[in-house]
Write a protein that binds this ligand. Structure first.
Ligand code: WT7
Length: 654
């Protein structure tokens, strides 16, 4: 069967109770947004958000691209996610926690309220955190990570979560850029049956000059850690002394909710800023539309809270709509490739959301594993983070979904806050590996980068969003110029800059959107965004490195892997082989130290020079082709040193 050519209709049983039941309903919503954009969003904002004070204006475009939504309104996200559910859902499970070893905790909305209020009081009273302060969270996947986020939201502090896989250096950079005064971390946690540590990384990051005054340490595994007197305090020892009543700060719609650092094509990571009302509105609405979670459903997103997916679809989205969300400490392949399916059976998961890279691993390691468990509770399967390949899609659809579940290939990014292009499970006829259509209210268009005109069916162009939307990035922390340049610099429609995602996309004969991948120097490794500039900057710290260029190369499991071309200062001679091996190790160690294991290079190749234009620009496209072992069709005669291309090709081909 050639799945790519097929169209799969929504499951009629599912459709009956779906929130959006047909394409006609979808088109009607799109039309509503088109006819009266502000009315569309204003109505939903009134309906979905519990306001303390109502907003007086829907959208202010006067200071574009610094848009402002729902001005005049006030709210608190922790109340939106917890307090307002206490009336009718206080004993409903808000968070199911499953530890690496299979241990569980069921946290009801009432318990969540207690825990978050206590944590909020602790941050205020013992850590001196005030409204507007930045708090860095460097945590494993344990419920306290969610409490920490919501506690910050409750007191109006701006959290910035740093993924636990980042190194001390990367953590330090992010702490400094955000000027954070408090770090919340854990001693460590469990992975693959063993304890691992986080606190030592924080200790390392805080060496030297940093703005951090205090560190709050949640004890998860009770392994020995160093305690710096006057700086480090145990959450476990202090939390019970705090009151479980903490009045929520009244926040303006446009007060910042959180920062999340992500990679761009140039420079250091940027602090993507999301603000209060618009973000939470879209987090909740996309939960309802795209996953169509019902009151008795249990939702599981396998992401880490260190990424935007974890923010929006483990914590904020599910809780804002009053759903039950599962949080998992471990990895999908431990103790074996059946772990996820075993958990789906145990917790009767209805919506399962993961990344293509995980699907490929689970497929490869346990083709028939899903059939060993009762996973019939599943209704919607989601994927996110990178284009999914048709074979992985097919296995997900047939083996995991038993050919009856909708697959939602959700396309979005850290900057968009929530989904922007995705099938609707009860409405959209799906095509494998295709994100399909923009969600209602999102004016997603594929534009020709030169003319800014929408491409015709059958053509490709740049994926843009041509109107501001509530959950869009509001700022790059501390750098308004970079914000404008990164997102509103490349594509103009009718002469006006529009938001460009950085991705290319294809508009097919039926008007479906397929995301084809980044058009810039951003690599997507296992669904993690890596900037080539960051990896290059790390490699350049090695005193032996003269020049370096990094690119992505297709990888069977990871989607892309990192491929580095390195010019050494003293070119290695006949003893090449041994020296190479040692040098490769040394360079990867530098990456590990500067960024973390997620940025390790699968290939590091030593070359005599890099292909450059006469003006000195590195020909990255050429290097990408060579890494893929593609035939070089570009004209290279105008290069500064055309011979170097053949030399590099010979080295890569081995
Ligand atoms: C980049 C954003 C969105 C949360 C996880 C990653 C790629 C994301 C898809 C998809 C094809 C996708 C894009 C995007 N991407 N989802 N369904 N199909 N590509 O967030 O780290 O901000 O990365 O991931 O290239 O720009 P992120």
């Amino acid at each position: 069967m050639n799945v790519t050519k097929q169209i799969f209709q929504p499951n009629p049983e599912f459709q009956k109770t779906a929130r959006i039941k047909s394409m006609d309903e979808y088109y009607a919503l799109c039309k509503k947004a088109e006819d009266n954009y502000e009315g569309f969003w204003g109505d939903y904002a009134k309906e979905k958000i519990t306001w303390k004070k109502p907003f007086t204006n829907v959208l202010d475009e006067s200071n574009a691209p610094f848009y402002s939504w729902f001005d005049g309104g006030t709210l608190n996200v922790s109340e939106q996610c917890i307090d307002r559910h206490l009336e009718d859902k206080k004993n409903k499970v808000a968070i199911i926690f499953e530890g690496d070893k299979g241990d569980n905790q069921m946290i009801t909305y009432l318990q969540l309220h207690h825990n978050v209020n206590k944590f909020a009081n602790l941050l205020k009273n013992k850590f001196g955190v005030k409204k507007g302060d930045r708090v860095v969270i460097y945590m494993p996947m344990i419920p306290e990570a969610a409490y920490a986020m919501l506690a910050c939201a409750r007191i109006g502090a701006i959290h910035s979560i740093v993924f636990g896989g980042f190194s001390a250096e990367a953590l330090k950079d992010r702490i400094k850029d955000a000027d954070a005064k408090v770090v919340i971390t854990a001693d460590g946690a469990y992975r693959k049956g063993k304890a691992y540590m986080l606190k030592p990384v924080v200790d390392e990051a805080l060496k030297g000059d940093t703005p951090v005054e205090k560190v709050c340490v949640v004890q998860r595994n009770y392994e020995d850690v160093t305690w710096v007197a006057g700086r480090d305090y145990s959450y476990n020892e202090m939390i019970d002394n705090e009151s479980s009543v903490c009045e929520a700060e009244e926040m303006d719609s446009e007060d910042p909710l959180f920062l999340l650092y992500t990679s761009g094509s140039t420079g250091s990571p940027k602090g993507v800023q999301h603000n209060t009302a618009g973000y939470i509105l879209w987090a909740q609405m996309t939960m309802e539309w795209v996953f169509d979670v019902k009151d008795n459903d249990t939702f599981w997103c396998t992401a880490d809270v260190g990424w935007i997916t974890g923010h929006t679809y483990i914590v904020y989205g599910p809780l804002a709509m009053g759903a039950t969300t599962l949080m998992f400490e471990g990895v999908p392949t431990y103790p074996d490739a059946g772990r996820c399916w075993k958990m789906v059976e145990k917790h009767k998961i209805n919506q399962f959301y993961t990344a293509p890279t995980a699907i490929r691993v689970l497929h490869k390691m346990g083709e028939n594993e899903p059939s060993k468990y009762d996973i019939s509770s599943l209704k919607v399967l989601g994927t996110v983070g990178e284009p999914i390949d048709p074979p992985a899609w097919k296995w997900y659809y047939e083996e995991v979904g038993n050919s009856k579940c909708a697959i939602v290939d959700t396309y979005w990014q850290t900057e968009t806050g929530g989904h922007i292009v995705s099938p609707l499970p009860g409405a959209t006829p799906i095509k494998p590996a295709c994100a399909t259509f923009p969600l209602p209210g999102i004016i997603g268009e594929i534009l020709d980068p030169e003319t800014g005109i929408k491409v015709a069916k059958g053509e490709s162009g740049y994926m843009c969003i041509t109107k501001p939307w509530p959950s869009m990035i509001r700022a790059v922390w501390g750098d308004p110029e970079r914000f404008k340049k990164s997102y509103f610099g490349d594509v103009k429609k009718d002469g006006k800059p529009v938001y460009f995602t950085g991705d290319g996309a294809n508009y097919d004969e039926d008007g479906y959107i397929t995301i084809t991948g980044r058009t810039d120097d951003v690599i997507n490794v296992s669904g993690h965004r890596m900037g080539t500039a960051e990896v290059e900057a790390a490699l350049k710290k090695d005193p032996n490195v003269a020049e370096v260029a990094v690119c992505g190369r297709p990888h069977e499991i990871k989607g892309e892997s990192i491929f580095a071309y390195v010019v050494l200062k003293n070119a290695l001679d006949e003893t090449r082989f041994e020296d190479d091996v040692a040098m490769v190790k040394e360079l990867n160690n530098i990456i590990k130290k500067e960024i973390g294991n997620i940025a390790l290079c699968d290939d590091i190749i030593f070359v005599p020079g890099l292909p450059k234009t006469r003006s000195g620009k590195i020909m990255r496209r050429l290097l990408r082709s060579i890494a893929k072992k593609e035939e070089i069709t570009q004209d290279i005669s105008t290069l500064e040193d055309p011979a170097v291309v053949k030399q590099i090709e010979a080295i890569v081909k081995g």
